[in-house]
Write a protein that binds this ligand. Structure first.
Ligand code: PMP
Length: 375
């Protein structure tokens, strides 16, 4: 029977207690939210929601076409200009998601005959970029510039190293300056995904590459999402104008995809302007992460020291992680739960996001619930 094989997979998921289900989020949730990626609490800021509504009224509910046909509005070009300037890069290109931006950056910058050196902890979208690219991929040890150096030495011709700046599972940061150093030794490019760095790291939230002194470098390309700190939806690639021109002409997820909805572009632009005007938001997100980690550790929980706003707490097993997250929810706390196959190392975790707008009382309550429900 067609698709009959699915039943076997579904059964093994069911017996392991690892079935994923969709749960609509009520508009006014009673839960304390440490699960969303709204790091700066901007998704519901009135400037952001009003900008989205205004953009939809002005430009319509959708972009109406691909960016090269009818899908580019002045909101898209303004967002590109302001995002590039804020993060210190020459140019930027907006995509319909961070996922599409990563596919574009990796595929368009790794032609036939090239080498891609990819960190073992990279996000699925970078991994899929490697799978789609014409170049050959070598996966190297996590956060290990020496492993990148060795891999690059095996190859003559175009090469790129690809890494998250902040890894989405454990919240640890990549050694960006060292990675850029080993890439430069070999004339290789560096592509980094700053999904979890933008708005949190660097002066006023300018991102991890800015913090590492790599802003504006002619051999560094940065991808970001508009869906986390900027509280909207969409993605972007930032880098030298030469690279952005190449993406416009060669990246399939740019050329063949409908442009980002104007409402999302407008919302992201409003959020970026708020961030620029209120740089303390980024520092507050980092401080909340530090406080969460300190309190979790004091409570005897295995929390990983956060380098940005993602705080990871190790769980003994996949089943216990799923149960732990459900027990937190029953106590009024929403947390993320990462378990196989979403984690490359097979270690299950609760994943907490340190939002800049969490109060001291809320942090205390979250830690109490996580401690009280521990497996
Ligand atoms: N990169 C990383 C590191 C992410 O965590 C995510 C979002 N989960 C993405 C890329 C994809 O971004 P988007 O959700 O905008 O497609």
């Amino acid at each position: 029977m067609a698709f009959g094989w699915i039943d076997e997979q579904a059964e093994s998921r069911r017996s392991a207690g690892l079935v994923r289900t969709l749960r609509p989020r009520p508009a006014e949730s009673p839960l304390l939210d440490l699960a969303s990626n709204d790091y700066l609490g901007l998704a519901r800021h009135p400037d952001v929601t009003e900008a989205a509504a205004r953009a939809a009224r002005t430009w319509g509910g959708g972009a109406t076409g691909s960016r090269l046909v009818t899908g580019t509005t002045e909101l898209h070009t303004e967002l590109e200009r302001e995002l590039a300037a804020f993060c210190g890069f020459e140019a930027a290109l907006v995509f319909s998601s961070g996922y599409a931006a990563n596919l574009a950056a990796v595929t368009a910058l790794a032609p036939h005959g090239s080498l891609i050196v990819s960190d073992a902890g990279n996000h699925a979208s970078l991994i899929d970029g490697c799978r789609l690219a014409r170049g050959a991929t070598q996966v190297v040890a996590h956060a290990d510039p020496e492993a990148v150096r060795k891999a690059l030495r095996t190859h003559d011709g175009p090469a790129v190293a690809v890494s998250d700046t902040v890894f989405s599972v454990d919240g640890d940061a990549a050694p960006l300056a060292a990675l850029a150093g080993v890439c430069r030794e070999r004339g290789a490019g560096l592509v980094v995904d700053d999904a979890h760095g933008l708005g949190v790291l660097g002066d006023g939230g300018r991102g991890a590459p800015y913090a590492a002194g790599l802003a504006g470098a002619d051999d560094v390309v940065v991808t970001v999402t508009l869906s986390k700190s900027l509280g909207s939806q969409g993605g972007a690639v930032l880098g030298p104008a030469r690279v952005i021109g190449q993406l416009v002409n060669a990246a399939r997820t740019f050329i063949f995809d409908t442009g980002l909805a104007p409402a999302a572009a407008g919302a992201a632009l409003a959020a970026l302007r708020l961030l620029r005007g209120e740089p303390e938001r980024a520092a507050r997100a980092r401080a909340v992460a530090g406080e969460l980690h300190t309190r979790l550790t004091a409570a005897g929980l295995a929390a990983v020291r956060p380098d940005a706003a993602v705080v990871s707490v190790r769980a003994p097993s996949p089943e216990s992680a799923v149960r732990w997250a459900a027990d937190c929810r029953a106590e009024g706390l929403a947390v993320g739960c990462f378990r196989p196959p979403s984690v490359p190392d097979g270690i299950s975790r609760l994943r907490l996001t340190a939002r800049a707008d969490l109060s001291g009382d809320q942090i205390e309550r979250a830690v109490r619930v996580i401690g009280d429900t521990r497996p």
